[in-house]
Ligand binder design. Structure first.
Ligand SMILES: Cc1cc2nc3c(=O)[nH]c(=O)nc-3n(C[C@H](O)[C@H](O)[C@H](O)COP(=O)(O)O)c2cc1C
Length: 334
């Protein structure tokens, strides 16, 4: 088979070299451009020791008979255990199992320490609570350069519908299913459609904010009181005009100074003279308790509005909203 080298300047120059003179870094980068899931492969060593390591070289091979493969570096400390094993297990990790992946790729950790295990054929360790799990009989092994390729026949498997952990370009990631493109809006008014980003952001903001305000009111707090107390909770000792200014920046609408005065009258806040002679507002012990109560209300309505989103989607949403906010800042300051 001949290998065609590319002259496309977009490709990394090292990858365009032919033959054994490849730039190792560039080749590694080129391999890393293939997005994979992440697995942990386990077996038992000769003295019954639990053995396992993180692998993204996993691939399904055959449905009938059911077979999978993965490869292990010949320099691996586990190579002899896998070469001599009769059975192994492959565990596919979900998006929230990045720490487990890191643990099974680290040499300085007791990889199985404290983990709840099931036992498979020959007593091989089977991790619990993974997205999918295959117990396999070792069927073949092939030399593959500096790796050994192991092929297993599946004896048993389980699977649950979760979001997978993804590995790409040397970094962990999450899967974001592509959305089908929305139809072109018929006119300017229908531009305010589900495809309009700013509409979606403000619509989500107002709807989630309502959910929080409803809950606050249910507990006898107004949105303005919540804003004032949470600003002072974060930055005790502000002056009243500073609290008002911060509230405008945070909410797009300033609270009135009268709200702060009301909280002072209710002994949740107190005014103290600072060294510069300007009165500053501090939380009283009762005020501190109220801030804790408000945080609890806020957390509980946050859990309500997250509804059907899973933790990885929540993490992704926070990340994207923060990036959106930063790019909006860059536009306004340009
Ligand atoms: C996401 C990820 C995927 C990996 N995939 C493989 C792989 O497929 N094969 C391999 O030999 N090493 C792979 N590694 C590296 C091993 O997990 C790591 O070198 C481990 O220390 C090997 O353990 P051992 O030497 O104790 O056997 C991967 C590491 C990570 C973080």
């Amino acid at each position: 088979m001949t290998t065609k080298t590319s002259t496309n300047s977009d490709l990394r120059s090292g990858a365009a070299k032919a033959g054994p003179g490849f730039d190792g870094r560039a080749l590694r980068d080129a391999f890393g451009s293939f997005a994979t899931g992440v697995t942990i492969v386990t077996t038992s060593g000769p003295a019954g020791a639990d053995i396992g390591f993180t692998a993204n070289s996993f691939s399904s091979v055959s449905l009938d008979p059911p077979m999978v493969l993965w490869s292990l570096a010949r320099t691996s400390l586990s190579i002899d255990a896998f070469r001599n094993c009769a059975h192994f297990a492959v565990h596919i990790l979900s998006a929230d199992q990045e720490a487990l992946s890191a643990r099974f790729a680290s040499k300085s950790i007791d990889r199985f320490g404290g983990l709840a295990l099931d036992r498979g054929p020959d007593g091989i360790p089977m991790l619990q609570d993974c997205m999918a799990r295959f117990a396999c009989k070792l069927a073949y092994q092939y030399e593959g350069g500096d790796h050994v390729i192991f092929v297993g026949e599946i004896l048993d498997f389980s699977h649950s519908a979760r979001k997978p952990l993804v590995f790409h370009g040397g970094r962990y990631g999450m899967l974001l299913p592509k959305q089908t493109a929305a139809a072109e809006p018929a006119d300017a008014l229908s531009n305010l459609s589900s495809d309009d980003l700013l509409y979606q952001v403000s619509n989500a903001y107002f709807r989630t904010r309502h959910a929080v305000i409803d809950k606050l009111e249910h507990h006898g707090w107004s949105a303005e009181e919540y804003a004032a107390l949470s600003i002072i909770g974060r930055e005790d000792g502000l002056r009243i005009p500073e609290i008002v200014a911060r509230s405008e920046k945070l909410r797009g609408q300033a609270i009135s100074a009268a709200i702060v005065q009301k909280l002072i009258a209710h002994r949740l806040l107190r005014e103290v003279d600072s060294t510069d002679g300007h009165a500053r507002v501090r939380l009283t012990p009762e005020g501190r308790l109220s801030v804790l109560e408000l945080i609890a209300i806020r957390k509980s309505s946050e859990a309500d509005v997250q509804g059907s989103l899973d933790p990885s989607e929540v993490q992704l949403l926070k990340h994207l909203l923060s990036r959106l906010g930063n790019s909006a800042d860059a536009v306004t300051s340009a």
